[in-house]
Design a protein around this ligand. Sequence first.
Ligand code: HEM
Length: 445
Amino acid sequence: MTTAYSQIPADSDLKEVQFSKKSGISSVLGMRKDPFGFQRKREEEFGRISGMSAFGKKWVVASGAPAAEEVLMNKKKAFANGPAWSYLIGPFFNRGVMLLDFDEHRSHRLILQQGFSTAALKSYMDLMQPMIAKRMQDFPTGEVLLFKEFKALTLDVALEVFLGLELPKDEADRINKAFLETVQAGVAVIRKPVPGTRWWKGIRSRKILEEFFYSHIPAKRATATDDLFSVLCRAESEEGQTFTDEDVVNHLIFVLMAAHDTSTISMTQMCYRMAKSPEWLTKAREESLALGPELSYDDLNKLPALDAIFKESLRMCTPVPAHPRMAVEDTEIQGFFVPKGSMVTLTALWNHYDESVYSDPWSFDPDRFSKERAEDKKHRMAWSPFGGGVHKCIGLYFGQMEIKTIMHHLLRNYDWSVPADYELPMDYSSLPIPKDGLPVTLRRL
Ligand code: HEM
């Protein structure tokens, strides 16, 4: 059952978006259960640009690489991040760079960029390499929930590389807890601060994080160190702009969140795919063994099999499955009229299964990224796990550096497997995570 999403202006030759009359709850439950089947059915019924209710709002759902390009490149400046992302995660990640728009976003991003320059990345690599090497030596063996282990490891890396603080255990636990509660709040079902709920805990924890970061700012401003916290206290754009204390705190909290689950999900997917296709695990291990234990920044591009596994794993399960925006003026997507005020979302997860782009998209085939086949180059947005346009992930090189360093140590020192008939059960209620934590049998080599 459909209805028109909105009235088209009389003088317009744009097409009308068809809007599904399904209730928001039934759409959200359908998406969570099977996002692929849900979107396929919608496209068969309404086409690639369609309307639906979800999370208490009406949304224009735009699927396919051309629509993604139009919205993300945003040539007419018709789409804004802030009002859309704030609706979902605003109270917890207030004034993070992804929630800013246009000139304000540009000026903040230029300063933030100083924390992600090649020189900065190299110094993070120096901080992270020995720490990861040591932690991987003590990695548990036997029946291991990989997702859980990766989460703990990446959180420790974040504390060291982003914050550069040596905290007593109690304090580290308190901050870890506050951070996890802040992250979890974004996907709360009850979206009001009812005591005891995720939303309420998220707001309480955001306050704890703010107080914690503010208390360390004077010391961070006084002495330069290599961590992101210190870099942001000193960062200056070419135009001479710097961050206030408030900016530093807002950006740090956002970056911690943006880096954490995305990297953990990527590594979990890579390990799962390698366990299911052990020939790729062997190829990646041979590369890592050839390089020696310590991975340098320049070694990162000497791991072609691992790189292809990374790309294919992120194609098959992209950690950020949708990109929400709001239309800030009457506009269009692929010739469909989209009125001012519309919430819009791109179907990033589904776009990576487009049969007109990828051959046999449901099979794990890292060779599709080879120079000869280059399926991902068929369209600018054919492979877009990091988004595109001005909000493209600022941490994409940092993320790959951390993920490849951890994988390098895992491959050199351990083997892992899953039963032949095992299929990873996924929870798609927010970012896609494994319902069972990915249990593997891990043994030391
Ligand atoms: C494999 C890991 C990662 C994936 C798949 C990923 C994905 C994304 C995506 C899709 C966006 C854009 C969202 C949108 O336009 O609506 C984004 C933005 C962002 N990411 Fe990542 N990310 C990853 C790792 C990281 C890491 C490690 C960091 C920081 C160290 C980071 C920091 C950010 C920031 C700050 C933004 C906002 C940029 C802006 O709005 O200008 N990400 N990420």
